[in-house]
Design a protein around this ligand. Structure first.
Ligand code: FPP
Length: 248
């Protein structure tokens, strides 16, 4: 168990009875991390994969049920072709190298986002990873890829409209539950904690419906430097929050 390897005071700070069920992360700062070292941006993303592995391990060890990572947004296509291709290749590398380890850890991998627009070779690895881990019952690892929160809502609206047009649903019956059921994250609880590394203070089109009552936590640490203790600090901070969901 990872906690044994950590400082005793860190372990004592965490309340194991109040672990967030769903943590979502905006992994920002890879480019700046690389720039500071005079390296091409893709090296920052490569280093960011190491952090992904650490964070998955901690969440799995702490019995967090859902972890959602923002790996590629629909807006990221605007980046230079080299970087976009580099990110596609890193995804392939991560999945092909890690799927056995993830499977051993009982992690279930799910992709959320528009996968119709990404290269076949990525989709092939995604399909293999999802298939291999389909029956796992441990951590659910959502990888948001070619993801946009607004598109998630637009797609849900389209699906719901089709049902209204075909007479399966009445407009007056549309409610939060029906919208939830038509989002990429259907069947999953909303994130309890959304954290963003890299110092920026925004959600950048990530889980914008699902984040209605999420606790937000921002870190100045650049994603490749983010480590187990930073994640624990975020969880400890979350545990101090008084969540009222609009009540008193
Ligand atoms: C934002 O940093 C990060 C991304 C757009 C990509 C994140 C991708 C990874 C960590 C690797 C792939 C992940 C998986 C799960 C396979 P930025 O480039 O915007 O950094 P900057 O703000 O410093 O420029």
């Amino acid at each position: 168990m990872f906690l044994n390897k950590h400082k005793v005071e860190t372990k004592n700070k965490i309340n194991m009875n109040n672990i967030p069920k769903h943590i979502a992360i905006i992994m920002d700062g890879n480019g700046r991390w690389a720039k500071k070292r005079g390296l091409p941006r893709i090296y920052g993303h490569k280093a960011g994969i190491k952090t992904v592995k650490k964070v998955v391990k901690v969440c799995s060890d702490l019995s967090v049920k859902y972890l959602t990572l923002y790996a590629f947004s629909t807006e990221n296509w605007k980046r230079p072709t080299d970087e976009v291709n580099g990110l596609m290749n890193l995804l392939i590398e991560y999945l092909s190298n890690e799927v056995d380890e993830l499977n051993k850890k009982n992690v279930k991998v799910i992709f959320i986002g528009d996968l119709s627009k990404i290269p076949d070779k990525c989709n092939y690895e995604i399909f293999k990873a999802e298939e291999k881990t389909r029956n796992n019952t441990g951590l659910i690892l959502n990888i948001a890829f070619n993801y946009s929160g607004r598109n998630d809502i637009i797609n849900a609206v389209k699906k719901i409209c089709d049902k209204v047009v075909s007479g399966q649903l009445k407009t007056s019956d549309i409610n939060e539950d029906i919208i939830n059921k038509n989002l990429y994250t259907y069947g999953q609880p909303d994130p309890d904690l959304i954290l963003r590394s890299g110092g920026e203070l925004r959600l950048s089109n990530f889980l914008i419906w699902q984040s209605a009552y999420s606790e937000l936590w921002f870190s100045d640490v650049l994603w490749p430097d983010f480590n187990e203790d930073d994640l624990i600090e975020a969880i400890v901070e979350y545990q101090k929050r008084n969540r009222r969901f609009g009540g008193l």
